[in-house]
Ligand binder design. Sequence first.
Ligand code: SAH
Length: 223
Amino acid sequence: MKDRQTKRMLDDIESEVRYTRKMIGKDAFAKKVMKAMANVPRNEFVPNSYRDAAFNNGPLPIGHGQTISQPYIVALMTDMLEIEDDDTILEIGTGSGYQTAIIAELCKQVYTIEYIPALADMAKARLQRLGYDNIEAISGNGYDGWPEHAPYDGIIVTAAASHIPKPLIEQLKPGGRLVIPVGRPHLYQELTLVEKDEAGEITIKEVLGVAFVPLQGERNEYI
Ligand code: SAH
């Protein structure tokens, strides 16, 4: 039953990739990204009342006014990071911990920060129960990043920012990638890829229109 639902979710992601291929510039996500999407049981990350919809290709409420992102978007953001086995990744906006688990399947270590303490506690317990030992999760304001473990090979922000937070750029390794929705909170944002080259130069690409819940606690340090 669950295998069939997972298969349907993967098929739905693949058809949306084809539908959006002009925007995202590819016909398929990396095989290892799809394998991670197949491995992580999304039903474990949604409230009981939404278990029936757990494998649908759409966002779902997770309480506290927040949502677990749509599977296609989770796969897209993961694919954009181009994660390698040895990478250390920072995630801002743990939420349910679903995106965290997908990333943890693909890299050495994930550090994740969640603004709402109750969600942070729930995600932490869930990820521990599922056996992930390469995730460190805390509650705090991810706008500031997590300087202790910087620099990061990749940074992912799963809440809508009005601008690209300067601390996150600073905590990105040369050669690193930052994926972040930038635009108007509650309305429309552009999923944005920020690349830092070996010389520390930044390039910014807008990839796709998206709608995320707002990033809290912005400090308006424009880059
Ligand atoms: N990736 C999550 C998405 C959760 S929604 C999932 O798949 O479940 C975005 C999350 O970002 C919310 O839980 C919200 O509380 C959190 N958030 C908002 N602003 C934040 C901030 N400044 N620092 C850390 N987390 C933040």
